[in-house]
Design a protein around this ligand. Structure first.
Ligand code: HEC
Ligand code: HEC
Length: 335
């Protein structure tokens, strides 16, 4: 019995530990939980739900279990792979510089890959932001402001900024600063817009179950040009935004100083709004992102970072309609 035990059971148990228990223990850790939004952010999400989109609970991505393909891509990815926060799909590796590990894969459990939301070409999705072509010094300062909670409009970004090493902060800022910003959002003035909903990942989509249109009612309705491709995180799948009729022209007047209603934006953001020194560019960026930021500077407590004081005069007297017009104009500019 004793010999049998040593000859059969001990090796069997050892094999079981090596083959089954150890892999189960080292199985990939999921991402660290995101802290809940603070009261000022919740208030902003309630006041401007179209600019601060939040998916209704229980939304999931459709997974047919198949490998998804894109024309011209060397390999495909399954839906869970496409949504892996630690290995977002790199559909076209030849179209961007080699990404540092923090951008391509992040670091478990706190730091998700920057490329998941901002994408590897840095053009991003409207619910996050574009990073391509932003000054490296500006990116570093935003990470510092997220870290100290001086910028409170993304608890997710704050958690990640606190967990990142100085090298990871440096690498990610340099990477995105090195990529040129491109046109990514088409702006269309319209009095009526399709009926839409906020889906998984906080992206807005056309509601194909509802027919007809609804009044734009002073909002900006920003949508993927192709919903399926945007969900695949296709870097060739751009966005479009409906803006209220007349807003591009009105925005142009406001950006020029608006008869004392605001200050001339070009003084700091550059003659063509493509940025100047450490001041970020505005041209061609997601219009709902721009409204979120103008509102965040104005609403005490959401954007009070080191350089935010320079923006306080520009936003002090703006109404939400003014912010919509400004964003319609800046988004329509060539980056
Ligand atoms: C899960 C999604 C997600 C991931 C992953 C992510 N971000 Fe973000 N990031 C956001 C969102 C959402 C915002 C926009 C907050 C807002 O509306 O103000 C943002 C904003 C930013 C901004 C501010 C941009 C600006 O113009 O001021 C910077 C900089 C930034 N992220 C850097 C990073 C870096 C670096 C990484 C990787 C370490 C990263 N992000 C990973 C979602 C993400
Ligand atoms: C006196 C200089 C100055 C003027 C004038 C100015 N800005 Fe800014 N702007 C800045 C600085 C500096 C920042 C970065 C603030 C920070 O780090 O929080 C900024 C940030 C922004 C952002 C956030 C960008 C991002 O990536 O998150 C927006 C949007 C913006 N400005 C719009 C405008 C508009 C619109 C006007 C004109 C109505 C304007 N600014 C006028 C200096 C200025």
């Amino acid at each position: 019995m004793n010999r049998w035990f040593r000859a059969v059971c001990v090796p069997a148990v050892a094999l079981f530990v090596i083959a089954v228990v150890l892999p189960a223990l080292t199985v990939a850790q999921g991402p660290a939980p995101v802290p809940p939004p603070g009261p000022t952010l919740v208030a902003a999400q309630k006041a401007l739900p179209w600019a601060f989109p939040i998916a209704a609970p229980g939304q999931t991505r459709h997974d047919d279990g198949k490998v998804q393909m894109l024309p011209g891509a060397a390999r495909g990815f399954t839906v869970p792979e496409i949504n892996d926060p630690f290995a977002p799909p790199d559909w076209f590796p030849n179209e961007h510089p080699a990404a540092p590990p923090i951008v391509a894969t992040g670091r478990r459990p706190e730091v998700r890959a920057c490329g998941q939301c901002h994408m590897l070409h840095g053009l991003g999705h409207p619910e996050s932001s574009s990073l391509a072509g932003l000054p490296a010094a500006y990116i570093r300062q935003q990470m510092e402001d997220f870290k100290t909670d001086a910028r409170k409009n993304s608890p997710l970004m704050s958690g990640m900024a606190r967990a990142m090493t100085p090298k990871e902060l440096e690498d990610s800022a340099n990477y995105y600063a090195s990529i040129p910003m491109q046109k990514w959002t088409r702006i269309v003035e319209a009095a009526d817009v399709p009926k839409t909903f906020v889906g998984p990942g906080n992206m807005r989509f056309v509601d194909t179950k509802q027919t007809g249109t609804e009044p734009i009612a002073g909002r900006i309705i920003e949508l993927p040009e192709d919903a399926e491709h945007a969900e695949l995180r296709d870097p060739h799948s751009p966005f479009m935004a409906y803006v209220p009729p007349g807003s591009i022209k009105r925005g142009e007047q406001l950006v020029a100083g608006g008869n004392g209603r605001t200050v001339r934006c070009t003084i700091c953001h550059g003659a063509d709004l493509k940025g100047m020194g450490p001041v970020p560019g505005l041209a061609g960026r997601s219009p709902i992102y721009i409204v979120r930021q103008l509102y965040s500077f104005q609403q005490a407590g959401l954007r009070d970072g080191l350089w935010a004081d320079l923006m306080k005069d520009a936003v002090a007297k703006l109404t939400v309609d003014d912010m919509v017009a400004i964003a319609a104009y800046t988004a329509s500019r060539q980056p």
